[in-house]
Write a protein that binds this ligand. Structure first.
Ligand code: ADP
Length: 224
């Protein structure tokens, strides 16, 4: 469902990604690891078409991402849920409104939006906080709201870019368990992370980047 073929990305003379090739099947949970500067964020940006590759092609769920017209971008972005390290919630909107906002660009009725948002808030365990504003929520709660927002349009893939980077270890673990649950229900997950303890305990596929190249692509954490 997602294929990077001979993908390179240069910023001026700087090579951020160098001839990247991989394929992810529907339903996989994949960790993307590597030191700072290895190219993880660039890879995510190419996938959501925030950047375009210098060469190569990216196929995702029937889209040729690098060739998409501006008009088709909203369709692509509905198929891809994204969660960030710094949550990126809208500060003046409640938890409910933050999740609902992701649906408002589509043609849903208020009733449909309310039903879907309440369902997602329940799923991430935050129904009781639907009227809270981001500043009234803990880091872990904010990330749960961000996950609800990323999932409310039922995307093909959920991309999590360092989702536990700002969270305490216990809370991080809860968030990873939630991502694992979402994956078990069928959504493909690509999670960029530095957290080697999480990667090692989950025993999923790991793609390692170093200086823009894939140096390892295998199952089961770092240590085997
Ligand atoms: P990571 O997410 O693994 O830390 P990045 O994808 O952010 O790595 O960066 C990969 C390389 O590309 C780094 O050398 C970085 O300095 C460079 N880079 C990333 N974005 C830009 C940009 N907008 N302009 C110039 N260089 C960039």
């Amino acid at each position: 469902m997602l294929t990077f073929k001979d993908v390179s990305k240069k910023y001026g003379n700087r090579v951020a990604l160098d001839d990247i090739n991989f394929h992810i099947e529907e339903g996989e949970f994949v960790f993307l690891v590597g030191h700072s500067g290895a190219g993880k964020s660039t890879l995510v940006k190419l996938l959501i078409r925030e950047e375009t590759p210098t060469s190569g092609s990216i196929h995702f769920a029937g889209y040729d991402i690098e060739q998409l017209s501006r008009k088709a971008l909203p369709h692509l972005r509905r198929e891809i849920g994204v969660v960030f390290q710094d949550f990126k919630l809208l500060p003046r909107k409640t938890a409910f409104e933050n999740v609902a906002f992701a649906m408002e660009v589509s043609d849903f009725s208020n009733r449909e939006i309310k039903k879907a948002v309440n369902y997602m808030l329940d799923l991430v365990g935050l129904s009781a906080k639907s009227r809270s504003f981001p500043h009234q929520l803990s880091g872990g709660e904010k990330q749960r709201i961000a996950i609800a927002r990323a999932m409310v349009n039922n995307p093909h893939i959920l991309i999590a870019d360092e989702p536990t980077g700002n969270l305490d270890p216990n809370v991080s673990w809860d968030i990873v368990q939630l991502l694992n649950k979402i994956n078990n229900w069928g959504t493909t997950i690509l999670m960029a992370t530095h957290a080697s303890d999480i990667v090692n305990s989950l025993q999923k596929r790991v793609i390692s980047l170093d200086e823009g190249k894939i140096v390892r692509d295998s199952m089961g954490g770092y240590n085997e």
